[in-house]
Design a binder for this molecule. Structure first.
Ligand SMILES: O=P(O)(O)OP(=O)(O)OP(=O)(O)OC[C@H]1O[C@@H](n2cnc3c(O)ncnc32)[C@H](O)[C@@H]1O
Ligand SMILES: [Mg+2]
Length: 172
């Protein structure tokens, strides 16, 4: 079986590898770069979920895989402020697409303001931490949870939610 993920991001890839192992699947895992067909910085729960769905579908075609996975990070406005949000999607030929939501946490007001003025979270986090490529490692979620929940761990949970639903539906 070939499972492909629509991202070259290290944290996302690691999450999928661990989830495939946890699910007991024997699979070749491939990473491909595909468009999310939403904004570079999704700004709602719906847009973030749509980005994950688009990535999963684009991955299935692009990699000619049995399963296409899309993982997407975004932000969403709430009455309590701007939250990080995360979504995943799993696409299989001729089956209904499976989706699952990930963790959400409040962003500090200084970070939220920079996003509202049009900046992307990736570069904002690099300035905030004075470190490069945070999004490939612990991510904003890791930084704002004192390292307790890293980006790959958060996406591992999402990838398990996806594979678990897939396994149940396809149980013989
Ligand atoms: O290569 P891809 O798969 O696109 O990986 P990415 O890190 O850009 O991740 P997303 O596109 O899913 O995330 C959407 C935007 O939010 C940023 N982002 C999301 N989560 C983040 C995090 O935990 N830390 C830093 N930046 C994050 C990211 O840089 C993008 O601008
Ligand atoms: Mg991106």
């Amino acid at each position: 079986m070939k499972i492909a993920i629509g991202s070259l991001n290290r944290a996302k890839k690691l999450a999928l590898e661990k989830a495939v192992e946890a699910a007991g699947l024997q699979a070749e895992i491939e990473s491909v770069s595909v468009p999310s067909n939403v904004s570079e910085q999704p700004f709602s729960d719906e847009e973030t979920r749509q980005g994950a769905v688009n990535r999963a579908k684009n991955t299935l075609t692009e990699a000619n895989a049995d399963i296409g996975i899309g993982l997407e990070g975004g932000v969403m406005e709430t009455d309590a402020g701007l939250f990080l949000c995360n979504w995943g999607a799993l696409a299989v030929k001729e089956q209904v697409i499976i989706t699952a939501g990930g963790a959400r946490i409040l962003l500090p007001p200084t970070i939220a303001e920079q996003l509202r003025s049009g900046e992307e979270l990736g570069p904002v986090m690099e300035r905030f931490t004075a470190r490069a490529e945070i999004r490939q490692h612990e991510g904003a979620i890791g930084v704002f949870t004192n390292g307790l929940v890293t980006r790959d761990e958060m996406f591992l949970h999402v990838a398990k939610l996806l594979l678990g639903q897939f396994l149940l539906i396809n149980k013989k």
